[in-house]
Design a protein around this ligand. Structure first.
Ligand SMILES: [Zn+2]
Length: 197
C-alpha cells in the first residue's frame, strides 16, 4: 500500500546519500523512480542531488508554484516511487498534493528534509509533513562539537560567529551551517571546520 514518508534530520546528516541509495535499490528492481529537489537549493548543480561522498543523481526541480499532482499526472509513465529532497521547502498545499498522489495514484512518496530552521521554527513543508505523513523517521547525526545527537542547525556569519536572527532561507549565501545539539546551539561561539572524512 502506498504511503507518505517524512524522514527528517539536521544539515549534513546524509539525506542526499540516503536518497541516492534508496533510488538505486529501487532501480535495480526495475522500479520507476522520480526524484524531485527544490529550485531554492542552488548550492550544487541545478537538477542534481549531490552527496558529500561524491555520488550524484539527476533530479527534477520543484518550486513553490509547482502543482505536484499535475506534474505526476502529466507523466506518460507513472513512477512507482517519488523521492523528494529539500522537502522543508514544500508549501502546505504541496504537502496536501502529495497525499493525493499517495491516496489517489497509489504512488509511495518518500520526502527528506530539515525539520527546524536555524532559528528553531518549523519549516512550512516539515510542519505539514509531520501532520500528514504516514511514517516519520529521524535520520540521526552527531553534534559537530560534542557526542550528543544533533537536533539543530546553527548558522554562522562570514566572521564565523553564530547567527540567531534573520531570514529563514539563506541558501547560496556565504553563511554556513553546522548540525549541533541543543546545548551547543546555545554555547558555541565559533565556527568549526567540517570533519575531513
Ligand atoms: Zn553538542
Amino acid at each position: 500500500m502506498a504511503k507518505l514518508f517524512f524522514h527528517y534530520s539536521t544539515m549534513s546528516a546524509g539525506k542526499s546519500l540516503e536518497i541516492i541509495k534508496v533510488a538505486y535499490n529501487y532501480e535495480v528492481q526495475n522500479k520507476q523512480v522520480l526524484i524531485l529537489t527544490s529550485q531554492l537549493d542552488n548550492r550544487y548543480q541545478v537538477g542534481k542531488i549531490w552527496s558529500r561522498t561524491g555520488f550524484e543523481k539527476d533530479a527534477s526541480l520543484f518550486n513553490q508554484a509547482t502543482n505536484l499532482v499535475k506534474l505526476v499526472s502529466n507523466l506518460a509513465e507513472k513512477p512507482n516511487y517519488i523521492l523528494i529532497d529539500e522537502a522543508q521547502f514544500l508549501t502546505k498545499e504541496q504537502v496536501i498534493q502529495l497525499t493525493e498522489i499517495v491516496d489517489t495514484y497509489g504512488i509511495t512518496v518518500m520526502s527528506y528534509g530539515l525539520k527546524n530552521d536555524s532559528f528553531n521554527e518549523l519549516f512550512e513543508g516539515s510542519k505539514y509533513l509531520l501532520i500528514y505523513a504516514d511514517n516519520i523517521k529521524e535520520l540521526k547525526t552527531e553534534c559537530w562539537y560534542c557526542h550528543k545527537k544533533a537536533m539543530m542547525n546553527l548558522r554562522f556569519n562570514e566572521q564565523g560567529k553564530p547567527v540567531y536572527s534573520g531570514n529563514q532561507v539563506d541558501i547560496g549565501g556565504n553563511e554556513k551551517y553546522l548540525p549541533v545539539c541543543r546545548k551547543c546551539y546555545k554555547e558555541v561561539t565559533d565556527f568549526k571546520q567540517p570533519k575531513s572524512t
